[in-house]
Design a protein around this ligand. Sequence first.
Ligand code: CO
Ligand code: ZN
Length: 327
Amino acid sequence: MKELIKKLTEAWGPSGCEHKVRGLIAEEVRGLADEVRTDPLGNLICRKGSGGAKVMIAAHMDEIGLMVSHVDEKGFMRFVPIGGLRSVALYGNRVYFENGVVGTISAEGEGWRTTPDREKFYIDVSTGAEAGPGVGVGDAAAFWREMVERGNRIVAKALDDRIGCVVGIEAMRKLAKTDHEIYFVFTVQEEVGLRGARPAAFGVEPDIGISLDVTSTGDTPKDDKMTVELGKGAAIKVRDGGHIVPPAIKNLMVKRAEEAGIPYQLEVLPGGTTDAAGIQLSRAGIPSGCISIPTRYLHTVSETVDIGDVQACVDLLVEILSKPIEL
Ligand code: CO
Ligand code: ZN
């Protein structure tokens, strides 16, 4: 599983440019699904089983990044955000473009003591040579960092939400037999407003939706009061900034976790949301829940998860999908 996490987190795929990640996932799921297709927006839809409840599982392939909006005479590039960029996480960071060019981010007036506004930041892609870097206005970039292991912890960029993709793929692997019609959907453009999950849900028309995504934790110094902790198991979402999970779904997840002895914790997230919110509001309404992977330092290049929690999320999803789903 760690090899897959490394492969997917290190892949390049800012929102709207998920093709590389989709290619990698398509290879992984070959032979695991009864049918695999890509919809018009780029969502990868994998069906497994038929009959029973129609369930849509969603994990997003895209990651936050940026897009070049202006290049000055010296070649310094300004950018607009793709998704929720944190200015505090920009300075000195590295981004890379699809063609492999690496850019360094800095800000006007080095020596500042407070975080500048995003507009003050620029990307340096100077080569010191005659040939330019081959990137410019309209090109998207993602952050660059290698995955590392520290004991049971995995530190990487884009764990949001490649770790959700890993949970989905591993569940497909483990799910020997199901009486349901399950659509594992690897979605596009979640970070810019659930733009892939909504049309995908319209097309799949499921009875119930479940997203697999990261959630923040409340276990670091002076953090918000939040009960989710790293290493305490799968987080079953109760509520986030855009989604109140129907109690019947939350209760079903809790029941399955308790029956199977899978460690879990309840997630009440103050802000943010996931693809499940998009699914829930599509068509005439599709009741949806979410299994969250507790993650520290979201939307930075050092997002951190506990491998035991990831396993608990896989186990819980498999448990739910291999038993009756009555709401
Ligand atoms: Co995110
Ligand atoms: Zn996410």
